[in-house]
Design a protein around this ligand. Sequence first.
Ligand SMILES: [Zn+2]
Length: 246
Amino acid sequence: MFKTTKGLVLREVRYKEADRILTVLTQDEGKITAKARGALRKSSRTAAATQQLTWAEMTLFGNRGKWTVNEASVLEGFQGLREDIASFALGSYFAECLEAFAVEDQPDPELLQLGLNSLYAVSQRLYPAEKVKAAFELRLAVLSGYSPALDACAFCGKEQPEDPILGLDTGGVCCRACRKAEFGNAARLDAESLEAMRYIVSAPAKRLFSFRLGEESGKLLAMAAEKYLQSQAGRSFGTLSYYKQF
Ligand SMILES: [Zn+2]
C-alpha cells in the first residue's frame, strides 16, 4: 500500500551499507519507523529529505506495519539549524522530546505543529532560544496530558501565590510558606514567570512565543519548564546534556 504524507524526521540511524532507519512524526500516521533504502548513496534522490530535522513530503510503502520510503522531497530543511551547532543541538533535543511523547501510529496535529513551529523559531532566530525551549517544554507537557494546575495555591487558594513554587511531580503551584511534604519536588517561580507559564499553557499555537519576560523571571521559567518536562517524562534526555555544552 502506497501512502503520501508529510513528516518530520526526528531521528536517522545508519543501517547496513547505505540505508537509513528513520523515526518520523508524520501528519497521517503519527510516529512511525521507516527504512530509506540507499539514502546514504550520493546518487540517492531521498538523501536530503531523509536527514534528521527535515520536514518532507514522503511517499511510503507500507506492508504489515513496516514502512519504506519510496520517494521524499524537502519541504523545509531548517537551514538555520544546520549553520549553528548550538541551534542544531537544541533542535535535536526537541526531536528527542517529541519522540518520547508521541504515540506510535496515532496522528497528533497539535504535537506536530508545536515541533515545526519551535524548530522554525530557533532556525530563523525569531525569539531567544531559551524562550522557545521553555515554551516548547511546557506546551509539550500540556499536549501530552500533563498540564500543570496553575490557577491558585494548592493549599490556601490564593490566585497570586506568594513566592510561588511549582510542584514538579504534582503539577500544582503553591506559596512557598504553604508548602507541605506531599507537594514533593519543586521549582522556584516568581509572579512574572508564573504568569508566563499560565500564558504558555493556553495560548493559541501561533502566538505561543509572544510573551514578555524579564531576565531573572526568564531564568526561573527556563529552569522550571525543563525540570517539569523531565519529571513528567520520568527520564532525562541525552541531547539536553549535549545542548548544555554550548
Ligand atoms: Zn498559599
